[in-house]
Design a protein around this ligand. Sequence first.
Ligand SMILES: NC(=O)c1ccc[n+]([C@@H]2O[C@H](COP(=O)([O-])OP(=O)(O)OC[C@H]3O[C@@H](n4cnc5c(N)ncnc54)[C@H](O)[C@@H]3O)[C@@H](O)[C@H]2O)c1
Length: 276
Amino acid sequence: MAYGLLKGKRGIILGALNDMSIAWKVAEKAHEEGAIFTLSNTPVAMRLGTLDELAEKTGSEMISADATSLKDLENVILRSMEVLGGKIDFILHSIGMSPNVRKGLPYDSLNYEYFLKTLDISALSFHKLLLLARKHDAISEWGSVVALSYVAAQRTLVGYNDMADAKSLLESIARSFGYIYGRDKKIRVNTVSQSPTMTTAGSGVKGIETLIDFTERMSPLGNATAADCADYCVTLFSDLTRKVTMQNLFHDGGFSSMAMSLRAIDQYSKSFDECD
Ligand SMILES: NC(=O)c1ccc[n+]([C@@H]2O[C@H](COP(=O)([O-])OP(=O)(O)OC[C@H]3O[C@@H](n4cnc5c(N)ncnc54)[C@H](O)[C@@H]3O)[C@@H](O)[C@H]2O)c1
C-alpha cells in the first residue's frame, strides 16, 4: 500500500546491483511512494548487474560512479540535479566492499592496502558524497541522507572483519556531518543498522546462513528483510521524520537489545543433548 510519502521528492540511490540489493528494494518503494530519482553504481556493476531493469521500471537515469572517486561522485550529484530538475531531497548510500573479506584474509592478517580500500569504499565515500553535496548546495532544506550500517560497528561478530571498522567510521561520519549539515542547512544524516540480509554483499560474510538463523531466533520480531528496510528508509526520507538526525537507527527486529532469547537458548541446549 502506497501513502504518497515521497510525492514530489527527488533522490539519488547508490548501490543497487540486483533485485536482492537493499538499494533495489528502496528504489522500488521510493518509486511507489511517488519519488523520482537517479541510480548509481560502478561501471562494472552496471555491466554485470541488472540495474537497467530497475532503471526502466522506475523511469530513472543510471549514472556510473566509483564511490571512491570525487570526480565521479560530483558528476552523480550535478547530473542528478540536471535530470531531476532541481535540488535533491534524499540520498541513499548503500555501498560496501572489503577486498580483505573477498580474499579471505582474516582480521589478524589484514592486507593494509586492502584495508584502506575497504574504508575508502565503505565509509569515506559517504563523507565525499556529503562534502560534494554541500559544496554544490545540492540538497534541499529538510533533505535526508541515509547510509546502511551493521551492528558489527558496536559488537564484535566473527568473520565481519575490517567491515566492522568501516561501519564504525561510517556511523561516526553520519554524526559529524549530521551536526554541520543540520546546523547550517537543516539536513538530516542518519545510518540504518540493518539485520543480516541475503544479498550479494551479505553472502560474502562468513557463515551468513547460520548468522541469519541465529539473529532470527534472537530477535523478538525476527530479522528485518530488505523490503522491510526499504519501508524504513522511505519514512526517513519523508517529512514525517524531520527531527531525526545524527542517529544510528537499529532496524533489526530488536536483535541489538538482546543477549539471549528463549528460541536461541532452546537451540543452544540441543547441541548439548547431541553431545551427551
Ligand atoms: N546484506 C547484509 O547483511 C547487510 C546488513 C547490514 C548492512 N548492509 C549494508 O547494506 C549496503 C548494501 O549492501 P547489500 O547487502 O544490499 O549488498 P549489494 O551487494 O547488493 O550492494 C553493495 C553495493 O556496493 C556497490 N559497490 C561496491 N564497491 C563500490 C564502489 N567502489 N563504488 C560504488 N559502489 C560500490 C556494489 O556494486 C553493490 O551495488 C552495504 O553498505 C552493506 O554493508 C548489508
